[in-house]
Design a protein around this ligand. Structure first.
Ligand SMILES: Cc1cc2nc3c(=O)[nH]c(=O)nc-3n(C[C@H](O)[C@H](O)[C@H](O)COP(=O)(O)O)c2cc1C
Length: 153
């Protein structure tokens, strides 16, 4: 059973979380990145670039991943909530891998602890494709809780 941690992170909260979790597992890790990086200025990123992508359903180009995801049975997909759902680069990744045969588990984090973000993420993902085997993992939990959950998976 081969597992990959795949993540998107803008201000590195998600990156810090997965690094803490992965001290326990040492899984392979890959990062989803927009080809043209978002502005380093938070307001430009949040209220201009990301908002426009979300409102207009623009799937931005992402960089080529440094791994072949088909070599993994399971993907632990970590991302911050952006505008009540997943960041659009996550949507791009999903669109590009609708033939993936393994299991994908979602792990979200956000500033506000609103459970509807989880529902939105799953709903929006299913709108892209029904073909993938996706399930919800954890939302806004700490590294210790993630480690416990992943061990029991
Ligand atoms: C573009 C953008 C949109 C966001 N939208 C939300 C939101 O809708 N709800 C929320 O609670 N937090 C929102 N946040 C806050 C992030 O989800 C939160 O800070 C997260 O921990 C950032 O993770 P990162 O450091 O890995 O990028 C948003 C942040 C950005 C940059």
């Amino acid at each position: 059973m081969k597992t990959l941690i795949l993540y998107f992170s803008y201000s590195n909260n998600t990156k810090t979380l997965i690094e803490e979790i992965n001290k326990e597992f040492n899984f392979d890790v890959a990062r989803i990145e927009r080809k043209n990086s978002y502005s380093k200025d938070y307001n430009t990123c949040a209220y201009k670039e990301a908002k426009e992508e979300w409102e207009k359903k623009i799937y931005p180009e992402i960089k080529k991943l440094n791994v072949d995801i088909n070599a993994y049975d399971k993907i632990l997909l970590f991302f911050p909530i952006w505008w009540y759902t997943f960041p659009m680069p996550i949507g791009t990744f999903i669109k590009e891998h609708t033939d993936y045969k393994g299991k994908i588990i979602l792990f979200e984090n956000s500033y506000t602890n609103d459970p509807k973000y989880v529902d939105n993420s799953l709903k929006d993902l299913k709108e892209i494709t029904q073909a993938l085997n996706v399930k919800q993992g954890l939302f806004n939990k700490n590294a210790k809780e993630h480690i416990k959950f992943i061990k029991e998976e």
